[in-house]
Ligand binder design. Structure first.
Ligand SMILES: O=c1ccn([C@H]2C[C@H](O)[C@@H](COP(=O)(O)OP(=O)(O)OP(=O)(O)O)O2)c(=O)[nH]1
Length: 165
């Protein structure tokens, strides 16, 4: 069991910058493309920009992707910058690698994947709507023999399980 789905329009609207109900946003939502691999042996599922954006050097943006990832519980999805953008523009994910946990899909925000990127180079980056800008690789993770998670279920999104106690 492993697949990508769209979050609901309500969730997309809530998490989009403008958050407003308008024709443009619902068209944007309709047009969201599920991540796809470029070739038979591509490891990464390309994530396509739900809207066009431009990033000046030093600029940053957080994109609500409209996507949730369903996967097996011993897997995670690693998100990385699109290699070409990293090489040509010095663009990177703000958190270097985004760790998408298997139980995030059940969080109250429907597991809505957010991608934050930063232009660390000296050129303007323009990304068109529908252009690949990040890639996600499904991976397995291992447990320690005395593994003992602090809580069994995830409800919130980022930062919701931060206490070490
Ligand atoms: O760039 C990111 C990083 C994370 N997430 C989602 C998926 C992940 O499963 C969840 C929580 O992320 P993480 O565990 O890395 O966040 P945290 O702030 O370190 O801790 P917490 O587990 O408390 O949420 O947020 C994103 O959508 N985009």
């Amino acid at each position: 069991m492993r697949r990508f789905l769209k979050v609901s329009y309500e969730q997309y609207r809530k998490d989009s910058d403008d958050g407003e109900e308008n024709g443009e946003l619902s068209k944007e939502y309709e047009d969201i493309i599920l991540p796809r691999r470029a070739t038979r042996c591509s490891a990464g599922y390309d994530f396509y920009a739900p809207r066009a954006f431009a990033l000046e050097p030093g600029g940053q943006i957080k994109l609500a992707t409209g996507i949730r990832a369903i996967m097996n519980e011993d897997e995670w999805l690693g998100l990385y910058i699109r290699s070409g953008h990293g090489f040509k523009f010095g663009v990177r994910l703000k958190n270097s690698v985004a760790v998408i946990d298997a139980d995030y899909a059940n969080a109250l925000n429907e597991g809505h994947i957010q991608i934050a990127i930063y232009n660390g180079g000296d050129k303007l980056l323009r990304v068109e709507k529908g252009e690949a800008f990040a890639q996600g690789v499904f991976q397995k993770y291992l447990l320690t023999e005395d593994d003992n998670p602090r809580q069994s279920e995830r409800l919130g999104g980022m930062g919701s399980t931060s206490s070490g106690n």
